[in-house]
Design a protein around this ligand. Structure first.
Ligand SMILES: C[S@@+](CC[C@H](N)C(=O)[O-])C[C@H]1O[C@@H](n2cnc3c(N)ncnc32)[C@H](O)[C@@H]1O
Length: 239
């Protein structure tokens, strides 16, 4: 075997060290963006939770190369627009321990999976008609070892039609889907005091709400780094 001169060993060592340091610093940057932004809205994450979010981010980007899961692909945007936006629900709503939540049109798992990472006691059904997105949801649930999360591969209409004998939910949550559609179909799948939590960018137009709905709470905040205003609106039914 050809012996490298001593100076080459040194430069190889340096290259390896620089690559290693760069890699570690990159990971640390995005991890600290997540944990510091979460703590700025009053949510403190454990190291295990941060590491689950990092696995989720990596898989989201990996699957997105071949499957159209999300148009948001940059690390910072995934952290702020998907993760932080989703977990803000924990500040907006005091979810009852052991609640059952239906996440309608969950897509790549938002907001259901980030909430589940922080609140393992909450049970979820993620409702998603796209076969590819549902496959991703099942994969990531398995990889993160999340217990008590089911995927319903179908539309909300199909879920409502097949609802007999299913436990009613304490909450229906939805982001990125027309709220009139969600409200119209949610009554029968919610408990009598169940709530709908909507992720909106403006205050809800009350004129567009059915007369049997009550606005329980509106939690307004600005996503960090200029990513825009959010209003988490919870509704209940009066009858
Ligand atoms: C704009 S995406 C939002 C995805 C995710 N909630 C988010 O915030 O990133 C809307 C999602 O709703 C799903 N969807 C469309 N029609 C639906 C229906 N009738 N019932 C349930 N989900 C539906 C789509 O497949 C898509 O994944």
């Amino acid at each position: 075997m050809t012996q490298l001169p001593k100076s080459s060993y040194l430069s190889l060592d340096l290259t390896v060290s620089i690559t290693y340091v760069f890699h570690v610093e990159q990971r640390t940057d995005i991890q600290s963006l997540l944990s510091s932004t979460a703590s700025s809205i009053g949510i403190n994450m454990t190291a295990d939770q941060v590491s689950k979010f990092m696995i989720y981010l990596k898989q989201l980007k990996e699957w997105n190369k071949t499957t159209n899961l999300t148009s948001i692909v940059k690390d910072e945007e995934i952290v702020i627009k998907h993760f932080i936006d989703s977990i803000a629900a924990i500040k907006a709503e005091c979810f009852i321990d052991g609640s059952l939540i239906f996440d309608i049109g969950s897509g790549a798992g938002f907001p259901g999976i980030p909430i589940k990472i922080l609140r393992p006691d909450i049970r979820f059904v993620l409702i998603e008609p796209s076969k590819k997105k549902s496959s991703f949801l099942r994969y990531i649930i398995g990889l993160l070892r999340l217990r008590g999360v089911d995927v319903f591969e179908g539309s909300l209409e199909q879920f409502v039609d097949s609802f007999t004998n299913h436990e009613q939910a304490n909450y229906v949550i939805a982001r990125g889907i027309k709220f009139e559609f969600i409200i119209g179909l949610s009554r029968t799948i919610l408990t009598s005091n169940g709530k709908i939590l909507l992720f909106l960018s403006t205050l809800v137009d009350r004129a567009r709400l059915p007369s049997n709905t009550i606005v329980e709470n509106e939690y307004s905040f600005d996503l960090p780094a200029g990513y825009g205003p959010r209003v988490l609106t919870s509704l209940s039914f009066s009858s």
